[in-house]
Ligand binder design. Structure first.
Ligand SMILES: *Cc1c(COP(=O)(O)O)cnc(C)c1O
Length: 428
């Protein structure tokens, strides 16, 4: 496949946009080469500026769970746009999507909409601090909660890919209030709590980690966090920006039957438009302005186009609860196929999956936290990535990312992908 026009467009972009991209993970820094420029997408496929068709396993990094340009979402946006694109005044639509989200997700009474996952997580932490009147938070190495200052301490995703897990520009004052723990290590969390008695407002966690590859929680880990939080007056924040409305209608809280105190959303909840949200029981949410003292706001929050897209997406999922099983079946089929061909070609690897999330690690040991995720062989990953690109398959250009399975992918697409992986892994 040729990527001539993409290369030219990237050269133009680099002149006026830092690194040619508006979000670092889009650059091909970790794998070499230049990013693919997209012209359009439909269902399971991307169509690029050179006329290539690619099977898409990124899906806008998660939102497009029903595939690209899903008709009811597109129609909802078009119809709303004709009626005006932003008012800065309440609309009925906001109540409709809020009511549906509250009905689908366990343990939440009220929800507030923002414009990104980053905003959702930073607002959730502010709310937790205001509510508990404590300053410190615990986050886990390799978990990503957006690019707000408090979270850029051993952050996952792009931050690891670019070797700057602790970003310059975050002040020492901010960094000292973020305590770092090891994912899947309860004892480590208990020790931190003991050492910072009555100072911790919240523990924020990806209840299934997805930004250091896909790492499901060990049995008992989330239950243990819940108990530690309850025992110590700490709020448990589930960052379900990736997992919400994906692993189940009610996210990981429903899937694993664990109650968080505050839940953050993004990605799927916006149907591909810029939306985030955070939600909790009434007592906590009423602490927000204008009812309570914790300030949080947004000119474009609850934007009608974004809410129309999100509502159409959530309605589609709510009306078709069988989708989550269908996606998990496809993921299991793909994982089994990849497992078979990589073994046949004597490749060293580990595959992690849960629901519609999957990651392939070029490492023999099991991948359970940031340290083990970082052990993978990046040279093999580069060959894997570029080999698949040549075969017309697009995975994330970083070994630290999860692939997302969508409802639009067919078993033919999965078979094509498995055959391509067989071919590519013979060249390692
Ligand atoms: C993507 C992501 C975020 C950040 O969301 P943005 O919309 O990119 O700001 C936060 N948390 C998790 C778990 C994510 O996967």
């Amino acid at each position: 496949m040729l990527y001539k026009r993409s290369s030219q467009l990237f050269a133009e972009a680099e002149k006026v946009i830092p690194g040619g991209v508006n979000s670092p993970v889009r650059a091909f820094k970790a794998v070499g080469g230049t990013p693919i420029f997209v012209k359009s997408a439909k269902g399971a496929y991307l169509y690029d500026e050179d006329g290539n068709r690619l099977i898409d396993y990124i899906n806008s990094w998660g939102p497009m769970i029903l595939g690209h340009a899903y008709e009811p979402v597109v129609q909802a946006v078009i119809e709303k746009a004709k009626l005006g694109t932003s008012f800065g005044m309440p609309t009925e639509l906001e109540t409709q999507i809020a009511a549906l989200a509250v009905a689908m997700v366990p343990n939440i009474d009220k929800i507030r909409f923002v414009n990104s996952g980053t905003e959702a997580c930073m607002s959730a932490v502010r709310l937790a601090r205001g509510f508990t009147k404590k300053d410190k938070i615990i986050k886990f190495a390799g978990c990503y909660h957006g690019h707000s200052d408090s979270f850029l301490i051993q952050a996952g995703s792009g931050a690891i890919t670019f070797g700057s897990p602790n970003s310059p520009g975050v002040t020492a004052g901010t960094a000292k209030d973020t305590l770092l723990a090891k994912y899947n290590d309860l004892e480590n969390v208990a020790t931190l709590i003991e050492a910072n008695k009555n100072e911790i407002a919240a523990i924020i966690v990806e209840p299934v980690a997805g930004n250091m590859g896909c790492i499901p929680p060990n049995k008992g880990f989330l239950e243990g966090l819940r108990q530690l939080c309850t025992d110590n007056g700490i709020l448990l924040i589930f960052d379900e920006v990736m997992t919400g409305f994906r692993l189940a209608a009610g996210g990981v809280q429903e899937l694993l039957n664990i109650s968080a105190d505050i839940v953050c959303f993004g990605k799927v909840i916006g149907g591909g438009l810029p939306v985030g949200a955070f939600a909790a029981r009434e007592e906590i949410m009423n602490y927000l302005a204008p009812l309570g003292p914790v300030y949080q706001a947004g000119t474009l929050s609850g934007n009608p186009l974004a809410m129309a897209a999100g509502l159409a997406m959530l309605q589609a999922l709510d009306n078709d609860r069988a989708i989550f099983k269908r996606l998990a079946d496809k993921t299991a089929y793909l994982a089994a196929g990849i497992d078979k061909v990589l073994k046949a070609n004597n490749v060293t690897f580990t595959i992690n999956t849960i629901g519609s999330m999957i990651s392939v690690h070029f490492d023999a040991a099991s991948v359970v936290d940031f340290k083990t995720a970082a052990n993978g062989d990046n040279e093999t990953f580069k060959k894997f990535f570029h080999g698949l690109l040549q075969e017309g398959i697009y995975i994330a250009p970083s070994a630290y990312e999860t692939w997302f399975i969508t409802d639009a992918l067919t078993y033919e697409d999965l078979d094509f992908t498995i055959r391509a992986i067989d071919k590519v892994s013979k060249t390692f």
